[in-house]
Write a protein that binds this ligand. Sequence first.
Ligand code: ZN
Ligand code: ZN
Length: 381
Amino acid sequence: MMLAGILVKPGVIELRETEVPKPSQGELLVKIKAALTCGTDLKAFRRGHPVIPMPGLFGHEFSGIVSEVGRGITRFKKGDAIMAVHSAPCLACRYCRKELYNLCENIMHTKILGAFAEYILLPPHIVRQNVFHKPQNLSFEEAAFLEPLSCVVHGMESLHVKKNDHALIIGSGPVGLLHLLLLKEKGVQVTVMDKHDSKLKVATKLGADFVMLHDSRYSPSPNSSHQGRGHNPSSLLPLDKGRMGGVIIPSPPVEEGKGEGYSKIKNVIEDFDYVFECTGMPEVWEASVNYVRRGGTVVLFGGCKSGTTVSYDTERLHYDEITLKGVFHYTPADVKKAYKLLCSKKLNVSRLISGRFPLKQTQKAFEKLSKGVGIKYAIIP
Ligand SMILES: [Zn+2]
Ligand SMILES: [Zn+2]
């Protein structure tokens, strides 16, 4: 028997005894060594989620040790340390045939959940495509970043981000901060905006060049439509203190790495080459086009509640050639890239882990996250 965390209903996680699954042909049984909380899990914990049925297993970022191997598997053996993601494309549907693997028609309903447990069973299509050997110098916690990092790699894949480009990340949660680590690795100058002071302090520690504190309303800048924007560099969109909350400077700038205050405080909105929307709030989706330069790209990473709509200034999209890019999930090629990045240890992702909880205290980790305390917690069975 094994213990598994079941999300019974919003706000309630129960640990239940269940059978340890037996791997059939092509399957791997993995003993989980580390699992990570994620924004999607938190959404499910707070209010339910369309792709996380309740009551049910949950958690999808993990790494572990192979405990039993199904027939036909040669690439892995009992005792191997592995890292994996929880989905893989079918390779047969019309999207897979067009090599749009992240949009595979089956990828969502053939994914697996249940990382907050002692064991997880990996089905053949995942084993074949998205399971990797964990190198020894990578901790199990770091290895569990493979899934979220794959998402971030995917969003960045088609952008041609170059050294010294300017990027704005809106939203300093786990995903926004992973964007920060990856962009800094590419030599980009990064500004992070968030409405929580404490989260910006984390962004500063992780290497953000600038941070912007925002109030609870990300309302569009009053300059967003006319007034010669895009023709005159001096008409960059300023933070209007009245409407946008302005910039609050809570502590004097300190040297980077000191961890107390902010490295630098940005008080003027530039025309960024790239804007990464990482909040999943429709009003932020709308406001994000106000920060991008002409010809720039807004990456819409944060998923909004289903049924929500947004509207955009046509002038910005047409005359200023702004690209709005929705991104979702990842392809096996993205996962391979993320794997190599993690193995290189360049990103130092463990800095995003705010603490550890034993499996039995999974509920506690989510209660903390619900209160806005912490970025990501590791759940250790
Ligand atoms: Zn996730
Ligand atoms: Zn498919």
